[in-house]
Design a protein around this ligand. Structure first.
Ligand SMILES: C[S@@+](CC[C@H](N)C(=O)[O-])C[C@H]1O[C@@H](n2cnc3c(N)ncnc32)[C@H](O)[C@@H]1O
Length: 270
């Protein structure tokens, strides 16, 4: 096995990768970090309310599956309160080059009351009998929650079709740029742009200028946000320029798009 299980400070499970020499999450709190970086900073609850529960997410790096569970938790919280449930559905696309075993996933523990008790089994079930390429999984027959999991490298996904496009949010969650540089190239963010709806947003724990420049050169507007668990900064990117009122409300600070693009094009990070 290339991974060791690890219990983080908030009592939630993560893994340490011996291949990448890195934890899958912040050791101070896997669940707290993911909830802040992806669910809260992208304001998923507000989107669900405004869009009557229609939500499409693409995640880079399925790993332990925690981000899928947290997205489903946010979706189900909103779903139960919806008056009109007809169009509501969570489609969660994710990609993983090295899926973990179903037995390892069955050992994970999270200090949270899940919306549905069976959610503790969703990750091990989703990894059971996985095949290369796309796998489709609906954990509960009576709930419109769909996981589309690609076993392979993100570089190999050039088209999202025949699956639906119009991704609302990207959870960009590879290992760091030092350990996992191929996942931080402009070509990845260009694909995201192609697959996204016009208001698509992206979140990542990373705050390096090189990462932000790669996003800017791929056509994303880039913003600084406060990081999780005491980290100074993280990054949000948006396909449309966000109005000042939104920046103030969500405490985002715009990066200098032109300067980032110039620095990338001048070859600063080649
Ligand atoms: C930081 S971990 C992801 C954590 C995950 N989101 C979670 O909640 O557990 C990064 C993941 O990306 C995967 N990965 C790294 N490079 C990849 C690539 N080129 N294509 C697909 N997956 C990759 C790793 O195997 C690892 O599982």
């Amino acid at each position: 096995m290339n991974v060791d299980p690890f219990v983080t400070q908030d009592g939630s499970s993560t893994l340490y990768s011996k291949r990448y020499n890195q934890y899958y999450h912040n050791p101070n709190g896997a669940l707290s970090e993911s909830q802040t970086v992806f669910i809260e900073r992208l304001n998923i609850a507000a989107h669900l309310k405004a869009q009557n529960g229609e939500l499409k997410i693409f995640e880079m790096g399925f790993g332990t599956g925690l981000n899928f569970l947290l997205a489903a938790q946010a979706f189900l919280t909103s779903y139960h309160n919806l008056m009109d449930k007809d169009a509501a559905a969570l489609h969660f696309y994710s990609v993983e080059a090295n899926p973990i075993s179903t037995e390892l996933a069955a050992t994970f523990h999270y200090p949270i009351d899940w919306q549905k008790g069976t959610m503790t089994e969703w990750i091990s079930s989703s990894l059971n009998g996985l095949k290369k390429g796309w796998n489709h999984y609906q954990p509960e027959e009576d709930l419109p929650v769909f996981l589309h999991l690609y076993w392979g490298n993100i570089q190999d996904i050039t088209e999202l079709s025949p699956l639906n496009q119009g991704i609302n949010f990207y959870f960009h969650d590879p290992f760091s740029i030092q350990q996992n540089p191929e996942c931080w190239e402009p070509s990845i963010f260009e694909r995201y742009k192609k697959w996204g709806c016009s208001q698509a947003k992206l979140s990542t724990y990373a705050a390096a200028t090189q990462v932000r420049a790669a996003m800017a050169v791929a056509g994303w507007q880039v913003y600084k946000a406060t990081g999780a668990l005491g980290k100074r900064e993280m990054t949000i990117a948006s396909l449309e320029e966000l109005p000042n009122a939104v920046l103030q409300d969500q405490q985002l600070k715009a990066c200098d798009h032109q300067r980032l693009t110039e620095r990338w094009n001048a070859g600063e990070w080649i």
